[in-house]
Design a protein around this ligand. Structure first.
Ligand SMILES: [Fe+2]
Length: 342
């Protein structure tokens, strides 16, 4: 079956749980034999001061800001047509912190701002929104309830009025399909955590195959996922789905602060956009990329289409759209390489 057809059933899906899913270091050692890994140093990345051409959409990637950027001058974030934030914009998803983050977003000039939650946005995870969970996290449930009451919202997600919030859903801007998902391998009592293996694979099965830019909070195994001590902690199933099924042009994530940086497998450019360091200092610069404007689209248009499931009406062919122009990031590094060869 063609990869652009629906893969929304177990029998259709070509990826099974990896035998080493619980051992990401071991899995990566085996996977690396058949895949390519190349780190892209800062000097080879697109400089944010480079003027953007009319046939490209400038995308600015940040993540893991943890309530640290709201006091900064908004001009510290490079200008672009689209701003992506890959989660952990707060420390615990406190309503007041979400409100401050949203106010900061409102000061940014980017035309479109796309945000997903991370494990720190505990209050965004509907599955753990209970008194038992929130009491120890917030000191008391009352503090959370009082902040919500003062802000006059029923859901903390309603506070994000200055961006498009994605949660296992997609937005299409300028013909570029962007899918966002907050999940990652479980640890502690944080939000959007699932066991490695089948539970996470179930989430990744819903990533549409026509995704151009994938946003997840956690990294895939092997790319931007090494923690202090040298271990890989990324999700094995996420990498398998990205490389063998979805093959997006870009995969933007955060979560592992020490994994900040850009790498590639020759098909997908992996961007760990963590703004904060492991000491929660917001010193890592935003990663900037220029995405070729798909044919038939204009930067003057303003269409927004949000899907919650695998879309059937946007399967016009990602590779066809990409053929009109080359990514400025990739064309500089891999001349003539616009094909997926993984
Ligand atoms: Fe974080």
């Amino acid at each position: 079956m063609a990869m652009n057809d629906s893969l929304d059933t177990d029998s259709d899906f070509p990826i099974a749980v990896d035998a080493d899913t619980k051992f990401p270091c071991k899995a990566w050692e085996r996977l690396l034999v058949k895949t390519k890994y190349e780190y892209i140093p800062p000097k080879d990345r697109l400089d944010s001061d480079t003027p953007v051409s009319a046939d490209c959409v400038r995308v600015v990637c940040i993540s893991d800001t943890h309530s640290k950027i709201e006091v900064q001058d908004p001009k510290t974030i490079p200008y672009g047509d689209i701003l992506l934030h890959a989660g952990d914009f707060t420390m615990k998803g406190e309503p007041n912190a979400v409100h401050k983050f949203n106010t900061f977003l409102g000061q940014l000039p980017h035309k479109h701002k796309i945000v997903i939650a991370g494990n720190h946005e505990i209050s965004f995870d509907d599955n753990i929104m209970s008194k038992d969970h929130l009491d120890p996290m917030f000191g008391s449930m009352n503090k959370y309830v009082n902040e919500m009451s003062d802000l006059e919202v029923k859901s903390v997600k309603d506070l994000l009025t200055n961006c498009i919030y994605l949660e296992d859903s997609m937005v299409s801007l300028y013909g570029i399909n962007i899918y966002g998902s907050p999940w990652q391998p479980a640890f502690g009592g944080w939000g959007f955590c699932l066991p490695r293996g089948e539970a996470l694979l179930e989430k990744w099965k819903h990533i549409p195959t026509n995704t151009d830019i994938l946003m997840t909070h956690g990294p895939p195994v092997g790319y931007g996922d090494v923690v202090k001590g040298g271990n890989h902690v990324g999700c094995v199933e996420l990498l398998n789905v990205v490389q063998k099924v979805v093959k997006p042009k870009y995969h933007v994530f955060g979560h592992i602060h020490e994994g900040y940086g850009v790498s590639t497998d020759g098909c997908t450019t992996f961007i760990n956009a963590s703004t904060c360091t492991t000491r929660y200092r917001p010193s890592n610069p935003a990663v900037v990329l220029d995405f070729p404007l798909p044919s038939g689209h204009s930067k003057e248009e303003d269409p927004i289409i949000i899907h919650t499931k695998v879309p059937q009406d946007l399967t016009a062919g990602r590779k066809k759209k990409m053929s009109s122009a080359k990514s400025r990031v990739n064309s500089a590094l891999y001349p003539g390489n616009n094909k997926c060869n993984v």
